[in-house]
Design a protein around this ligand. Structure first.
Ligand code: SAH
Ligand code: SF4
Length: 417
């Protein structure tokens, strides 16, 4: 199988690394693996299986982090579980709330790597923007994440842990058993918020935080399976969107094995321009990418593919570009909508955001072509919560380094290295 790891030399830590005290963190483990660990720690296989089912429900459905709260497990066993296992959460380094209600958390892993998640409340939904990697190997030229030096894949536990933590912070585990359990932060529970029809603030998940999710396929898949598990977090796949910059060979697998909504970071309609701003395009050209979109299982008019398009002044924002976008979507017969994202500038960037009038004109042309093309309102600007602006305090590369890196990346992609 063609695997993209040869252009993404990212080390994945073992999914289960016991803590210094020997205890194993259950977060990120599916039922069967929980059972295996219970058996390895000394339970009879049948007991292990039953307890795994119960613990799974407490952990992922109820949000419990203390074995002593698991009322259907014999009291005498609670200490035994607590001696061998923990139910952890990512460590919160910073938590911010924007004037518009957007929240951002800076998180730290056990090996002191930092990553972020963002919660964006809207009138009819609440979206959690989840990271899949620390940093990103892809170096898109307009993206702040691409400037980070360090890159490593997040584990399934670190990915699903973001969702668990958000539910903690929003106070959203099923009521009746949860009060007082789980880590709490200062801003917990003090605001009612606009509860949505199904009674929750967190209704949607987008894999649009730091990293390229399809370069961390297995961990993202395993984490999202936990998020979708009916006995766990139980979020519908229709409420989850995976965003990719165009890792063509992994797109069919994403559709088959995860089955969530697809968003594609298109950003340009001509190979010359896309080669520059999304260097991965040098490996997987626009035509291949659009064909992979056409082949994506489950895409139809009710479940359209989202094309993300960051508006860069004099780079990709002309009337001609808009018309070409319509032509391409029609040519490949794609059930698609377009999200126009005003570029979020960052220190040292080579680009500027298109003028508002230009963005409106672009949107109108696409819209008149029969394709929905809303302009995404920037959220959480005061707390640097916007896409590609995460981890503002981390180590960054200089502009000169970025230019050199882009050249190297382009050379290696051209060679298929
Ligand atoms: N790596 C994946 C998912 C994370 S990026 C991907 O590229 O699709 C999420 C979205 O934010 C992408 O569409 C990305 O292109 C966009 N983005 C990155 N930097 C941005 C910036 N400075 N301004 C606006 N959008 C940006
Ligand atoms: Fe990585 Fe996505 Fe940023 Fe590109 S836009 S560098 S793929 S996170």
């Amino acid at each position: 199988m063609h695997h993209p790891s040869h252009i993404s030399p990212v080390v994945t830590p073992r999914p289960v690394t016991p803590r210094a005290d020997g205890r194993i963190d259950l977060i990120g483990l599916p039922r069967a693996e929980i059972a295996t660990h219970f058996a390895a720690a000394g339970l009879e296989p049948k007991q292990a299986k039953l307890r795994a089912k119960q613990v799974f429900h407490w952990v992922y459905h109820r949000g419990v982090t203390d074995f002593h709260a698991m009322t259907d497990i014999a009291k005498a066993q609670h200490d035994w579980f607590a001696q061998h296992f923990i139910i952890g959460r990512p460590e919160v380094v910073e938590a911010h709330v924007s004037t518009d209600g957007t929240r951002k958390w800076l998180l730290r892993s056990d090996d002191a790597q930092e990553y972020e998640m963002v919660f964006i409340p809207d009138a009819d939904r609440g979206t959690l923007c989840v990271s899949s990697q620390v940093g990103c190997t892809l170096n898109c030229r307009f993206c702040y994440t691409g400037t980070m030096r360090l890159v490593r894949n997040l584990t399934p536990g670190e990915i699903v842990g973001q969702v668990m933590l958000a539910r903690d912070a929003l106070g959203e585990w099923p009521k009746g058993s949860m009060a007082g359990f789980g880590p709490a932060t200062d801003e917990d529970d003090d605001e009612g918020g606009d509860y949505t029809a199904d009674g929750r603030l967190l209704t949607n998940i987008v894999m649009m935080g730091m990293g390229e999710p399809l370069f961390n396929f297995d961990n993202v898949r395993d984490a999202l399976k936990l998020v979708m598990d009916g006995d766990g977090l139980a979020l519908s796949k229709r409420r989850i969107t995976l965003s990719t910059s165009g890792v063509v060979p992994m797109m069919a697998r994403a559709g088959a094995e995860i089955g969530v909504n697809l968003a594609v970071s298109l950003h340009a309609v001509r190979n010359e321009v896309r080669d520059e701003i999304v260097p991965l395009n040098r490996k997987y050209k626009l035509e291949e990418l659009l064909q992979a979109c056409a082949d994506y299982p489950g895409a139809n008019n009710a479940r359209r593919i989202t094309f993300e398009y960051v508006m860069l002044k004099d780079k990709n924002d002309s009337d001609d570009d808009a018309r070409e976008l319509v032509r391409l979507i029609r040519k490949y017969d794609l059930p698609a909508k377009v999200n126009l994202i005003p570029f979020n500038p960052w220190p040292g960037t080579a680009y500027e955001c298109s003028e508002p009038a230009r963005i409106r004109a672009f949107s109108e042309i696409v819209f008149n072509g029969g394709i929905s093309a809303p302009v995404r309102t920037p959220r959480g600007r005061d707390i640097m919560a916007a896409c590609g602006q995460l981890k503002s305090t981390s180590e960054k590369r200089t502009r000169a380094e970025l230019d050199r890196l882009a050249e190297e990346k382009s050379a290696s992609l051209m060679l298929g290295a």
